[in-house]
Ligand binder design. Structure first.
Ligand code: URA
Length: 208
């Protein structure tokens, strides 16, 4: 029933141009996210809690229709406590600007909430320990589409072990949410020829 009401409200917003006001249900969303954030900030489920400066919980629009999921915080993110604020994030912001997408409209999170030392790849046990937090973020935000940035997010949410170069361009699913697998912005820094494909994927996500 709630799902049908949400679809109707989205119809009103997209087709008729009427946006509903935030109500009690939305305040519950804010509270649930804050509660989860407090829990993650105290997390010591894996050894990464010893080396982190800040937990990078995620941020953005709690009513986002598009949610971005990256891999793990890097140095700048660990320092600031905010996702995608380093070079890769700046590149992502540039692409957002080109296609008319605003950071305030979306929600950005990572598979792993604490920085792996020296930006090494997340370990399977770290991904496993952190996954329930990401699952709860998705449950609370209820995005229409999740853009998976790179192989770790794609593998974690879709279960597919295929490489991102094979999965990119496909439309997948995580529960009842559409998943768009795409390149990680850090890959785009090294391979700028892939930026157009990334841009196309984001446009696809916006049009769902
Ligand atoms: N790379 C990620 O995957 N996440 C960030 O927040 C920053 C860089």
């Amino acid at each position: 029933m709630i799902g049908e009401v949400k679809v109707y409200l989205r119809f009103l917003k997209d087709v008729v141009g009427i946006e509903y006001m935030r109500g009690a249900e939305d305040n519950k969303k804010t509270e649930s996210l804050q509660e989860l954030k407090r829990e993650v900030e105290e997390c010591n489920r894996c050894p990464l809690f010893r080396t982190r400066t800040h937990v990078v919980f995620g941020e953005g629009n709690e009513d986002a229709e598009i949610m971005f999921v990256g891999e793990a915080p890097g140095r700048e993110e660990d320092m600031s406590g905010r996702p995608f604020v380093g070079k890769a994030g700046k590149l992502m912001d540039e692409v957002f600007e080109k296609i008319g997408l605003k950071r305030e409209e979306v929600y950005i999170a990572n598979c792993i909430k604490c920085r792996p030392p020296e930006n090494r790849n997340p370990r399977p046990e770290e991904l496993l320990m952190c996954f329930p937090y990401l699952e709860r973020q998705i449950e609370i935000i209820e995005p229409r589409t999740i853009v998976c940035l790179g192989k770790f997010a794609t593998q974690q949410l879709t279960g597919s072990m295929l490489s991102i170069s094979i999965l990119r361009g496909k439309t997948m699913r995580y529960r009842d949410v559409t998943v768009i697998p795409t390149f990680h912005p850090a890959y785009l820094l090294r391979n700028p020829q892939a930026i157009d494909a990334f841009k196309d994927d984001l446009i696809k996500a916006m049009n769902i």
